[in-house]
Structures are given as structure tokens and as C-alpha cells.
Ligand binder design. Structure first.
Ligand SMILES: Nc1ncnc2c1ncn2[C@@H]1O[C@H](COP(=O)(O)OP(=O)(O)O)[C@@H](O)[C@H]1O
Ligand SMILES: [Mg+2]
Length: 374
């Protein structure tokens, strides 16, 4: 008798324990930071967790018991999400794809995983995970690899080009008296200046793409910007574009940088802005480049904004890649070199752009604390 009771009690106990475990797992699933949704073998939504309801932007209660068609007709589901769901559905059914990646309206990346088949006994599990941080890290690792490779290639190319240039320069100088006697001294002069220009370009490029630590000097941000703007004013004038430099002189901000390299970065960005304004074929818009510097306590940021043609998502994705250019005679090196210079300075570079409206680059440097700011 007591033995029967004992076994009954055991059944009750084990039922109780399994119930507790079940509740625990349900709790975990419900509050997981990934979104989870389960359709049963009849295609009816059997489970949806808090995060998934949040991602869909639909109250959780109104989802359970829905079919996919009913979900797609849900009045609170946005058109953007409906379109994405239909696309993922098609790719899963017709192409048997189990992993999907989407980018949402706010630029975040999501990995969507489909689990079905034997182990699911006819059920269909969909999980959605935010992989934006992972994507960012992956992208910057890829970027660093390419920049390291670019550094090596450019160093060897530069060596190979420099040597023949030096011998050409020497021979032209030897030929110069003969050219003078023919009245063609002008030719020699042009060849020599062009060779010097090519040498300068190689030197500048090598200097900036070298991974070595920058030769730093303490400079005031506003004087640095003034000097760079002076260098670009004539080109801007030629392109009918205004450059508006706005620095707060009452707030002296200093940074410790390799002046030559940082000037090159700012020049690259301004030149790109001038090109973008030139390519924006709207006669009614006056080309404007606003340059400003801000001090937010710990950092100094330099902002360069233009009202040029702007960039589409594809250009934005590849912007800092070596050799990426949308211009016929572009090199695609300006921004990749700028990126590595800023990284070598412990700074960062961010960009925001809209097609047809313009682009804004923000370079941020760690601020230097000078004991006696003047
Ligand atoms: N201010 C800008 N407005 C629009 N597009 C830009 C801007 N700056 C850069 N870009 C885009 O980024 C690409 C890469 O720039 P960059 O590395 O300087 O190379 P390049 O100027 O030789 O093309 C450009 O070809 C252009 O498409
Ligand atoms: Mg450029």
C-alpha cells in the first residue's frame, strides 16, 4: 500500500519537476535577446517570444494562433517588414536557404536562421539575431588586412618607380645643353618639373601609407584648418564653390598630430567634396563646403560638410576600400590612406551622406590637455 503511494508521489514529484524545468526554459526563451518564432506543422504560430514581437512591432498576444498569411495582413505590421518577410519566405521555400541576412531601416544587420526538418517534427523555428556589432568588427578586420597589404604593395611600387625616374632626370640634365642649343630648353624644363612632381607624389603617398607612427607636433586646430583652406581656395573659386570655415577662436583646442599627414587627410576630403559639388548638376544650388571644429571636452572633432551629389549605400559600404572610386580618373586611394592616417593617430573618421543632398565627414582626435592653455 505504502509502496503504491510512494510511486504515485514520485510520479507527482517528477511531473512537478518537469513542469518547473519547462517554465524555466519557457522563461529563458521568452526573454532571450534573439527573436524566436515557432510555426507548428499546420502552419499556425505556436510560440513567439518578447523580443520577436518587439522586432515585428506587433503585440505578442495578437500573434499566437495566426497563420503566416494572417500575420502578413496584420494591421500593425509595417510595409517594410511585410516585404522582408515575403522575400525571406520565397528564398526559404524556393531556394531552400536556411540563413538570411537583412539590413533594416536603421542600418542594423540581422541574421535570420530557419530550423526545420526531422529534428523539428514538422515544426518550423525562425530565430532573428542582431549581428551589427559582429559585422562592424568583421568589416574593420578586413579593412586592416587590405590596408596592410596596400602598404606593402605601395612601398615596393614606389621603389621600382623612383629608380628609373632618377636616371631619367640625370640623362635629361645631360641632354639639356643640346636642347638649349636647339632652342628647346622649355622641353627640358617641363620634363624636369614633371619628374619632380611625380617624385613628390610618390614621396607623399609613401609617407602617408607607411604604417609607422606619425611624427607628431602640437598644433592648434584652427590654425591647421586655416592653412588647409588657404591651399584649396583657388580650386574652389574655379569650381564656383564657397568654403566656409567656422572655428571657435575663444576655445583654443590643440591636438598632437603629424601636421603634413593630417593636412593631407583634410585636403583629400575637401577635394572629394569639390568633386561631389562639381558632379551635382543642379544649377540652382551654390556649392558650399562648411568646415568646423568642435571641442567636446575629451575629443576634438573636425567636421567637413558639402552639398554635393551625396553617396548611395553601395558607395558608403566601400568608401574606405583601397582603389574604390566612382570617378573616371580617380585613384580610390584618398580615403583609404586618410583612414589609416587617422587610425595611426588614435582617432576615428565617420561619414554621413544622402544622395542629392550632400555628405558630412567627421574626424575625431583625442584632445590634448595643455597645462597653460592660451
Ligand atoms: N564628399 C563626397 N561626396 C560624394 N562622394 C564622395 C565624397 N567623398 C568620397 N566620395 C566617394 O568615395 C569614392 C572614393 O574616394 P577617394 O578614396 O578619395 O578616391 P577618389 O577621389 O580617387 O575616387 C569617390 O570616388 C566618391 O565616389
Ligand atoms: Mg579623392
Amino acid at each position: 500500500m505504502s509502496q503504491i503511494r510512494e510511486s504515485e508521489l514520485q510520479v507527482i514529484r517528477s511531473f512537478h519537476t518537469s513542469q518547473l524545468i519547462r517554465n524555466k526554459y519557457e522563461n529563458i526563451l521568452e526573454n532571450l535577446d534573439s527573436g524566436i518564432i515557432l510555426f507548428d506543422s499546420d502552419g499556425v504560430l505556436a510560440f513567439v517570444n518578447v523580443q520577436m514581437a518587439k522586432l515585428l512591432g506587433v503585440p505578442r498576444k495578437s500573434l499566437t494562433g495566426c497563420t503566416l498569411t494572417q500575420l502578413l495582413r496584420h494591421p500593425q505590421l509595417s510595409r517594410f517588414k511585410k516585404k522582408k518577410i515575403v522575400r525571406i519566405y520565397r528564398e526559404t521555400v524556393f531556394h531552400k536557404r536556411r540563413f538570411h541576412e537583412i539590413v533594416d531601416e536603421f542600418g542594423r544587420s540581422w541574421l535570420i536562421t530557419m530550423t526545420y526538418g526531422d529534428q523539428m517534427e514538422g515544426d518550423f523555428l525562425i530565430s532573428v539575431k542582431d549581428v551589427s556589432d559582429f559585422k562592424r568588427i568583421e568589416q574593420s578586420a578586413y579593412q586592416n588586412d587590405k590596408l596592410a597589404m596596400l602598404g606593402k604593395i605601395s612601398a615596393s611600387i614606389a621603389h621600382e618607380i623612383r629608380n628609373p625616374l632618377t636616371s631619367i632626370r640625370g640623362f635629361i640634365q645631360l641632354l639639356r645643353p643640346h636642347l638649349v642649343s636647339l632652342g628647346k630648353d622649355e622641353y627640358a624644363r617641363i620634363i624636369l618639373t614633371e619628374i619632380d612632381r611625380a617624385n613628390d607624389i610618390i614621396y607623399e603617398f609613401l609617407n602617408s601609407s607607411k604604417p609607422s607612427a606619425p611624427e607628431t607636433k602640437i598644433v592648434s586646430v584652427s590654425s591647421l584648418l586655416k592653412e588647409v583652406v588657404l591651399l584649396t581656395e583657388s580650386e574652389a573659386l574655379m569650381k564656383g564653390c564657397q568654403i566656409d570655415l567656422h572655428t571657435d577662436d575663444t576655445l583654443p583646442a590643440y591636438i598632437s598630430v603629424d601636421v603634413k599627414q593630417i593636412k593631407q587627410v583634410i585636403l583629400n576630403i575637401i577635394k572629394n567634396a569639390l568633386d561631389a559639388i562639381f558632379e551635382q548638376h543642379d544649377e540652382d544650388i551654390t556649392g558650399m563646403i562648411h568646415i568646423s571644429a568642435k571641442d567636446n571636452g575629451k575629443h576634438i572633432s573636425i567636421c567637413i560638410a558639402d552639398n554635393g551629389k551625396g553617396m548611395d549605400q553601395n558607395t558608403l559600404n566601400h568608401l574606405f576600400n583601397p582603389f574604390f572610386t566612382t570617378k573616371e580618373s580617380g585613384t580610390g586611394l584618398g580615403l583609404s590612406v586618410s583612414y589609416s592616417i587617422i587610425r595611426n593617430h588614435g582617432g576615428s573618421i565617420a561619414v554621413d551622406s544622402q544622395v542629392g543632398a550632400g555628405t558630412e565627414f567627421v574626424i575625431t582626435f583625442p584632445k590634448l590637455d595643455l597645462p597653460n592653455d592660451e
